[in-house]
Every structure is written in structure tokens, then in C-alpha cells.
Design a protein around this ligand. Structure first.
Ligand SMILES: [Zn+2]
Ligand SMILES: [Zn+2]
Length: 397
């Protein structure tokens, strides 16, 4: 079969408008891999749709999406990947030389993204785009697009992870900014069987709905403090999907007595570990009061909160309590083998089925962004080549 001539990529040329651009089919050189994207997931990409901002990117010419899984089409001179391999693509870059790359940390921290020794931050300007081209496009002399929401994607070999044949793409996609990031977070928190783990708020639901799954998988007593009916109902269904979870508890944050209910569930001492999804000042202070001494407060990003703040008396809030406060973005390279093993677990897969609320062929992405912006959804998946059974029916306008 001849290679296609073009690569259809999703763009948002102006707020509340999705357009599909035809780019040249990617050219790939050694060190990079060309992947046919089977599934791309919506992250906070709906902010691109509503506000024209997305993490590093705020330029309408740039493509959209960073979460993807797919099939290797070409991997020139690679010792690892072969055409036909199933791969997970993680966002960020891989230079192999910086601290993050040498230590198996997050590829979002690869220093090549900021052109220096130190990792950039997600709020820096997109300086790594030159003439609208991403580093991986320049490296490959290819103006083909680089992002997840496209038929084909170029990636540094180092951001790809080989997937086992028995893991469906639909479960593998959870390895990125949902179950994968929750796994990394709970590795940092050292959540173990028997721990009292409190999850607070809804925030970015891809995280607040993934943490119960990971917490239950690890054998913790999971207490979800839910701020709305959607969250409470989804968490309840996650427990149901697992097939009986006596140690999953849901507390309604609208009840002024909710913190007392948490104390009742934690022997009056407070949770061992708390994961916060709100980034809200008042809620964070409530959590610092609630967590037991020598405990852990973990902060999962909430980009939906534009007034993120943590204000604290370092003595009374941290030192006097022997408290650890921590956070992460992304997952680390060293976490991926564990994440992939977890995603092969049938209980985890049943729970993930609850988190995935919508699936669309990519040509219906406008609807996907609209639903995502309502935040009344779990994870939304896009299929650039059509839903299973729709292959060959591409309907890009
Ligand atoms: Zn690097
Ligand atoms: Zn993401």
C-alpha cells in the first residue's frame, strides 16, 4: 500500500471552532518514530477550545492534544521499535542527556523543551516552536504536525513505550493523564494497603476519578469527598464496577459536617494521606487541619481553577504536624512498567469503563470539546481513523 500523501490534524483556529488541516504526511529520521494514532484523549484541551490556551501552547496554528496511543508505522534504525508495534506516547520530549531523561523522570521535564539545563514550566511561553514548527518536526524536516489529535504523529523514540499485545488501546490510553498520573501520584504518596486515603474535590475529573481506582487497586480505604452529584455518582459506579468495595466511602462536601464524617471514618485521627484536586486556598487549609500528624498532603494539578493558592503558616501548618506536602505533573518514565501492569488488571479495566463517558471519531471532535467544556463528563476519547468498525469511513470536512 502506498503511504498517504497528507496527515489530517485537528486545529482550533479561533475559540469555539474546530478545523481540520491537511499537512504533509510525516517524514521520519532515525531517533524518531512515526505512529498511526489509534486513540487520542481529551485532557484540558477544551481550554484551547474555549479560551485559546493550552498548557504551553496558545498559538492557533499549533496542533492540539498530547495523550495518544497507536501503531508504529516507521522506526528507522530503531533497536527497540518495529512497524506494527503498539505504543503509548507520553507528552514532552526525550533528549537522553538532561537530569529528567537520565533519571527516568517525567518527559514533561526534559530540559530540551526549554533549551537549557533546567526543566521549563508549563506556564513558559512556547519558545520551542520556531516558525510554528515543534522540535520533533524540525528534527525530522517534516511539516506534518506533531500532536496527538491527528491521523499520524511524529515522536522522539524516547517518549514511546512498548505496549503488550493483550492490552487494548482503550485501556492503554489511561496510562497518560488519568490512571497513569494517579499511579505516579500515589507512588509519591506511598499509598499502601490499609492506608486511609482521602480524595478531595472534583477539579480535573480525569484525575479525581482515577485516584479512587488506583487507591482501591492498592488496597487503601478510599474516602472520596465529592462536591457535586456527578462526582459522587461516578465514584459510586466505580466501586460497583469493581464488584463490591466495602472500603470505599463517599462524603458529600456540601454537608457542613463533612469533615466530621471523615474523622469518624479515620478513627478520629484523620486520614494518613490526602490528595487535593481543588487547588483552593480554603479547602487546602481544611485538608491541612484534617490530615493526621506525620501525614501527607498531595496536590494534583487543577488548571481549571484560575485562582489557585496555598497560603500557610509554616510552623503550625507543616513543622508542628510533621507534614509532607507534595505534588507532581505527568508520570515518570520509571512508573510506566507498573502503570501498564495495572492497566492489564480486569478490575481496573472495569472501573476505567466508568471513567470513559464519551467516544467519538475525530471528525466529530467539535462535539467532544463542547461536552468536555461542561465538565459533566469523565474521559473523552477521539479516534482519528474512526471508531472500531468505522475504519475507512473518514469524514473530515
Ligand atoms: Zn531530556
Ligand atoms: Zn493530558
Amino acid at each position: 500500500m502506498n503511504a498517504p500523501v497528507t496527515n489530517t490534524v485537528l486545529t482550533v483556529p479561533e475559540p469555539r471552532k474546530v478545523a481540520f488541516a491537511k499537512r504533509p504526511y510525516p517524514r521520519v529520521k532515525p531517533g524518531s518514530v512515526l505512529v498511526k494514532t489509534e486513540i487520542a484523549a481529551l485532557c484540558v484541551d477544551d481550554r484551547m477550545y474555549t479560551d485559546h490556551v493550552h498548557e504551553w501552547f496558545d498559538h492557533p496554528l499549533h496542533c492540539v492534544g498530547h495523550e495518544g496511543v497507536g501503531t508504529v508505522v516507521e522506526a528507522p534504525e530503531s533497536q527497540v521499535f518495529r512497524p506494527g508495534d503498539k505504543v503509548l506516547l507520553s507528552h514532552g520530549a526525550y533528549c537522553g542527556r538532561c537530569f529528567a531523561c537520565r533519571n527516568g523522570l517525567s518527559q514533561a521535564h526534559c530540559a530540551s523543551l526549554s533549551g537549557g539545563e533546567r526543566a521549563g514550566t508549563s506556564t513558559t511561553v512556547p519558545e520551542f516552536f520556531v516558525d510554528g514548527l515543534a522540535p520533533v518536526e524540525r528534527k525530522n524536516d517534516s511539516q506534518s504536525g506533531w500532536a496527538a489529535m491527528a491521523e499520524y504523529r511524529l515522536a522522539d523514540e524516547g517518549i514511546c513505550t512498548l505496549l503488550p499485545d493483550d492490552l487494548d488501546f482503550r485501556y492503554a490510553i489511561a496510562a497518560e493523564c488519568s490512571i497513569g498520573m494517579a499511579y505516579c501520584a500515589q507512588e509519591f504518596m506511598e499509598v499502601k494497603a490499609g492506608d486511609y486515603l482521602l480524595l478531595v474535590g472534583s477539579g480535573q475529573r480525569q484525575f479525581s476519578l482515577s485516584h479512587p481506582i488506583v487507591g482501591l487497586f492498592r488496597g487503601a480505604r478510599v474516602i472520596a469527598a465529592a462536591p457535586d452529584d456527578f462526582q459522587a455518582e461516578k465514584v459510586r459506579k466505580i466501586g460497583e464496577a469493581r464488584g463490591g468495595t466495602p472500603d470505599l466511602h463517599i462524603v458529600d462536601m456540601r454537608d457542613p459536617n463533612w469533615t466530621q464524617q471523615v474523622l469518624d471514618l479515620t478513627d478520629g485521627v484523620g486520614p494518613d494521606k490526602i490528595a487535593d484536586f481543588t487547588s483552593d486556598r480554603e479547602t487546602l487549609n481544611t485538608e491541612i487541619d484534617l490530615v493526621r500528624h506525620d501525614g501527607v498532603l498531595y496536590i494534583q494539578e487543577n488548571l481549571r481553577n484560575k485562582h489557585r493558592e496555598l497560603r500557610i503558616d509554616p510552623y503550625a501548618g507543616i513543622a508542628e504536624k510533621n507534614l509532607k506536602i507534595m505534588g507532581t505533573i505527568d508520570s515518570r518514565r520509571i512508573d510506566r512498567p507498573g502503570i501498564i501492569r495495572m492497566l492489564r488488571n480486569k478490575e481496573v479495566q472495569r472501573m476505567w469503563d466508568v471513567v470513559v463517558t464519551h467516544e467519538f471519531p475525530m471528525w466529530e471532535a467539535e462535539q467532544a470539546f463542547q461536552i468536555s467544556a461542561t465538565q459533566q463528563c469523565g474521559k473523552i476519547l477521539l479516534y482519528p481513523h474512526g471508531l472500531p468498525g468505522q475504519e475507512g469511513e473518514q469524514a473530515y470536512g
